[in-house]
Ligand binder design. Structure first.
Ligand code: CA
Length: 223
């Protein structure tokens, strides 16, 4: 899951980034509306957290711009206390939800979980492929009833694969969903993490669920 934070208050932005990274999201931050707009339109995110008052382009204009570009990524608008009328405007221009600052991280996580689940068509909360299960709420992965200890990246990789089961995902798609914009990506990065993931969730078991599709990418499935 990849999240874009557009927030000019550096302390708030960075605190959110850290908290969300601990929750295993890949996070990019833009500190003004112009950079936010470039990233939101040029890159692919699963969620955009958008502050209302921003230098450059304000949150409402930015949200409208994103929607006009045909981007339907869920937008969570942040507003300061007292900007009641603005909240309504935010929802009018296509924001999906709003939160009043200051907020607790618990509230933030809950809103995010609700938003990122919404566009995924009536998907069961726990992802399952044969004896492999991934619980996105608890960040728990089990195979054959045993809990798997995955790193943040291995978990994110597996979640992305499982949410797209039986679909071949290219390295580029994997990088853009699992790593954030600033991350150092070597050509071998995906392979290395994929190997570690397989060593844990596939190799010790009789049936291999992740497949490499030569020249194309990776897929997970029941086949
Ligand atoms: Ca602001």
């Amino acid at each position: 899951m990849r999240i874009l934070i557009v927030e000019d208050e550096v302390k708030i932005a960075n605190a959110m980034k850290r908290a969300l990274e601990l929750q295993k999201y890949a996070v990019d931050v833009a500190y003004d509306g112009h950079v936010g707009s470039d990233l939101a339109i040029g890159e692919k995110f699963d969620l955009i957290i958008l502050d209302l008052m921003l230098p450059g382009i304000d949150g409402v204009t930015l949200c409208k711009k994103i929607r006009d570009e045909g981007i339907h990524t869920p937008v969570l608008m942040l507003t300061a206390r007292g900007q009641i009328a603005d909240k309504v405007i935010g929802l009018d221009v296509g924001a999906d939800d709003y939160m009043v600052k200051p907020f607790s991280f618990e509230e933030l996580f809950a809103r995010i979980r609700a938003l990122v689940r919404r566009p995924v068509t009536v998907q069961e909360p726990v992802l399952k492929i044969r004896d492999l299960t991934l619980d996105p709420t608890a960040f728990k992965v089990k195979r054959d009833g045993k809990t798997m200890n995955l790193s943040t990246k291995e978990y994110a990789l597996l979640e992305y694969l499982m949410r797209n089961k039986n679909i071949v995902l290219t390295r580029e798609q994997i990088v853009s969903h699992v790593w954030n914009y600033d991350a150092d990506i070597l050509p071998s990065t995906v392979e290395v993490h994929m190997k570690h993931l397989r060593d844990k969730i596939d190799t010790p078991f009789p049936q291999q669920l992740i497949r490499t599709v030569r020249g194309r990418g990776y897929t997970i499935g029941e086949e």
